[in-house]
Write a protein that binds this ligand. Structure first.
Ligand SMILES: Cc1ncc(COP(=O)(O)O)c(C=O)c1O
Length: 399
């Protein structure tokens, strides 16, 4: 008997749940793009985007998804034949490296595996060997959404500095911004890339770049830059239209205004990080109980190296796929697929997102549905997962 009638819940790591307020903000006739509310609204976005990323850096907004953000970052920093190091912890780090290679950048990957945070000491060794300082930038994912590994960004900056190397530090914060603590300036990040459809609680369609003065200076020589991708006119626009290199993303801007009001002005970014930490703690508590008594495994063993917005899990194949099918079909909860694993053809891997517009009852609902699905499929598991998650939330709320 299907029990899925009612509001469905998309628990995948992007696109995430769009708040009703954000949806309502878009529900309006097309606005004038030459004057009026859209112009006033656009002025206020940059200060809030700076607060979101913990930076005073320059901001460029693109109409595009995360891949467009990757390419924008590459285009503004590199010329063909330049060198880069990509610190990889999963599918998306490899994706950024592939985008670099496709544009003629010589890439060395420093692969930290799929289950742990990459070791900054390895980066230091690699950079020390580059005596002429030919590596132009180190790129990495703060959270690799495929593996749910959280990379130590401040540690990578410390490694670059310890090696006395001039490389820029460029970070994909697409899956972490608004969820995991991220401090662009304090951590010495030169370029941050994000997109609208995860922690920012919006539909896909906007990509964001924050870039430091150092990155801006490096960008002046970048020969991959084209008029559309160039960040200067977007960050320092002569007219409203320069900021968008054409027609503004009208309705997305109203959505962005509302999302930033909710996240930065009302909840506050530190409170949003704390909420994600508490909700992640509940998910891990449940998953660790399931894992202790049976077949389920968390991808990242060390809690300190786990993202707060998504948790990658596995069951022996094909149980992962069967669980996803059960929660979706029977209970109206869509879990994320596994990405980038060798066994994706008969998947055991899956992901549970707790990212963006998510609260305690949504997380408890998902965990309860997973418990029901595991029971329906007779998967061996530890008992008491929901009690563990509830205790975790109770403790977090008392702090
Ligand atoms: C960490 C990370 N980087 C890049 C991307 C690519 O973003 P998009 O699919 O919007 O192009 C994703 C998408 O999930 C991601 O999670």
């Amino acid at each position: 008997m299907p029990l899925a009638h009612g509001r469905r819940y998309l628990a995948i790591p992007g696109p995430t749940v769009v708040p009703d307020r954000v949806l309502a903000a878009m529900h309006r006739p097309a606005p004038d793009i030459y004057a009026g509310p859209l112009h006033t609204l656009a002025e206020g976005l940059v200060p809030d985007l700076r607060l979101l990323a913990g930076t005073l850096a320059h901001v460029a907004i693109y109409i595009g998804n995360g891949h467009s953000g990757w390419e924008a970052a590459i285009a503004n920093v590199f010329s063909p034949g330049d060198r880069a190091v990509v610190v990889v912890s999963g599918h998306f780090g490899l994706g950024w490296a592939a985008a670099l290679r496709a544009q003629g950048v010589l890439v060395e990957t420093l692969d930290g595996g799929r289950r742990a945070a990459p070791d900054p000491a390895r980066l230091e060794t690699l950079l020390r060997a580059d005596r002429e300082g030919r590596i132009r930038a180190v790129l990495t994912t703060h959270v690799d959404t495929a593996t749910s590994v959280l990379t130590d960004i401040a540690g990578l900056r410390a490694a670059i500095d310890a090696a006395g190397h001039p490389a820029l530090l460029m970070v994909d914060a697409i899956a972490s911004l608004g969820c995991d603590e991220f401090r662009m300036d304090a951590w010495g990040v030169d370029v941050t890339v994000a997109a609208s459809q995860k922690g920012l609680m919006m539909p896909p369609g906007l990509a964001f770049l924050w870039f430091s003065d150092r990155a801006r200076a490096a960008g002046r020589e970048a020969r991959l830059r084209s008029p559309y991708w160039a960040w200067e006119p977007r960050a320092f626009p002569e007219t409203f239209h320069h900021r968008w290199s054409g027609t503004a993303p009208t309705h997305h801007l109203f959505a962005l205004r509302e999302a930033l009001t909710m996240l930065v002005a009302e909840e506050g970014i530190a409170a949003a990080w704390a909420r994600h930490a508490a909700l992640a703690g509940a998910v891990w508590a449940a998953a660790e109980v399931w894992a202790a008594g049976g077949a389920l495994a968390l991808n990242v063993p060390d809690r300190r190296e786990r993202a707060h917005g998504v948790t990658a899990l596995s069951l022996p194949a094909p149980l992962g796929a069967r669980l996803r099918d059960w929660t979706d079909r029977v209970a109206g909860v869509t879990l994320g697929i596994g990405i980038g694993h060798p066994a994706d053809a008969a998947p055991g891997h899956f992901r549970l997102a707790h990212m963006g517009h998510v609260n305690a009852h949504m997380v408890m609902g998902v965990l309860g549905v997973v418990e029901a699905g595991l029971a329906a499929l007779a998967v061996p598991r530890g008992r008491g997962a929901l009690e563990a998650a509830a205790a975790c939330l109770a403790a977090a709320a008392a702090d």
